[in-house]
Write a protein that binds this ligand. Structure first.
Ligand SMILES: Nc1ncnc2c1ncn2[C@@H]1O[C@H](COP(=O)(O)OP(=O)(O)OP(=O)(O)O)[C@@H](O)[C@H]1O
Ligand SMILES: [Mg+2]
Length: 412
């Protein structure tokens, strides 16, 4: 990383978004942006290395030209169905004579939580501390110096398939830059669109991208659950193309420009002009038919999300509802449909404004890239980028040493 420069690259299924920022004291100012269509990924996973490299190269070069600076290392977002979140707890006896909790006790509790057998070919990419308890009492984020006999910790671990992770890192390395760290996409997006109050009171983040829908549940300031669904906005486009017999390009345009989730709200007699696939002949179709296709697919996506929400069994803890982000969240009426299906309040999450010299749209499709910078800045400032604001001693040391984390040594 060039001194004082932070770079985030969101490797998405539909676009690669690179953002360069200049670090100024504790904050940053965006100085360059590059967005290029993504070829080579399916549902968040690299399936064609050459095309992915080219897409990343185009996006980064554009950002470098924009910022008038060369980049040698970046933070990268990772997604896809191989990304799995799971909760683990660990405990330890406090060893000091006075019963005061020291760094070693915290390390042993963390090591205990992290001692489980990983699924074959998976690695831990985040070890996020949810909180500690001392002698089964209370809930604290910083147990150092407290007195007790037993210390327990709850962690949210994020695993990724080693090969899928390595392919993203390889693609970025082949462009000639190294990877400072990888960040799960919904963790990055959350940094851009969620307020600290929402995270404290209970909120669901839903990043609806082209290929995947990334889910995260926050409460008491920490991530509690995360999951990735292999469905996203591109399925809506595909359904329109198949159902209305138009090209994917035209389906995408129809969806973005005229699509809405509620057919009953458009004029029942309104017609749309389209070009038939194959022949290119002009044809008309009922506007409501477009909206019916959209409604059906969005309902299907949201019912899958509902299964995740119900699976958490903590409806009363989701006080602030769901925040929809990612490009898919821009679909007209989707937040309203989400409220109906999920039965919690919903809003569209636009990235919170940041200092910028550039004309970057602070729209939901840029949430991951912008949040990635915030996340990277946390690592830069504190050496701890776990998003929970909690000290993880070994991890912090390893990061200060220039590594994403100590589990991750072999691929960075
Ligand atoms: N105005 C809009 N209305 C409806 N859908 C939109 C709009 N703008 C973008 N989209 C949809 O958003 C999706 C792309 O979102 P985004 O850019 O967040 O995806 P991505 O990050 O590249 O993909 P992923 O996160 O799945 O890897 C596409 O399906 C696109 O059609
Ligand atoms: Mg995305």
């Amino acid at each position: 990383m060039k001194k004082g420069t932070l770079v985030g690259v969101d490797v998405g299924t539909t676009k690669i978004c690179s953002v360069i920022a200049r670090v100024e004291q504790e904050d940053f100012r965006i100085s360059g942006v590059g967005v290029s269509p993504s070829a080579g990924l399916k549902k968040g996973v690299v399936v064609n290395l050459t095309e992915t490299i080219e897409s990343v190269r185009r996006s980064l070069e554009q950002a470098e030209r924009d910022a008038q600076v060369g980049v040698d290392s970046v933070f990268v977002s990772v997604g896809g169905v191989h990304v799995q979140g799971l909760n683990r707890s660990g405990k330890t006896e406090i060893r000091s004579k006075t019963g005061e909790i020291g760094k070693e006790d915290v390390s042993r509790a963390l090591a205990d939580a992290n001692s489980m057998q990983l699924p074959r070919d998976y690695e831990v990419i985040h070890m996020l501390t949810q909180g500690f308890t001392v002698d089964g009492q209370g809930h604290t984020k910083d147990p150092l110096g407290l007195v007790g006999r037993r210390l327990s910790v709850n962690l949210h671990l994020v695993l990724n398939a080693s090969a899928a992770l390595q392919n993203v890192v390889n693609a970025v390395n082949k462009v000639g830059v190294s990877v400072n760290g990888v960040v799960m996409q919904q963790l990055a997006s959350a940094e851009a669109v969620l307020t600290e109050d929402e995270k404290e009171l209970g909120v669901i983040l839903l990043d609806i991208g082209g290929g995947t829908t990334d889910f995260a549940f926050y409460r008491l300031g920490s991530i509690r659950e995360s999951a990735v669904l292999p469905i996203g906005g591109d399925l809506v486009t595909k359904d329109i193309a198949i159902g209305l017999k138009v090209t994917l390009e035209e389906a995408e345009r129809l969806k973005k420009d005229q699509g809405t989730v509620f057919p009953e709200r458009v004029d029942p007699e309104a017609m749309l002009e389209i070009r038939e696939i194959g022949t290119g002949r002009p044809r008309t179709l009922l506007y409501q038919d477009l909206c019916r296709v959209i409604q059906a697919r969005c309902q299907e996506i949201l019912l899958e999300v509902r299964k995740l929400v119900d699976g958490i069994h903590m409806r009363r803890e989701m006080l602030t509802g769901v925040v929809l982000t990612g490009g898919g969240a821009l679909l007209d009426g989707l937040a309203e449909q989400a409220e109906e299906i999920l039965e919690i309040p919903a809003r569209v999450g636009y990235p919170m404004p940041m200092e910028s010299e550039k004309d970057l749209a602070f729209d939901p499709s840029h949430a991951t890239a912008l949040g990635l910078l915030r996340y990277a800045l946390q690592m830069h400032n504190t050496g701890s980028g776990n998003g929970a604001g909690t000290m993880l001693p070994e991890l912090a040391r390893a990061r200060r040493g220039g590594l994403m984390n100590w589990f991750f040594r072999k691929i960075t």
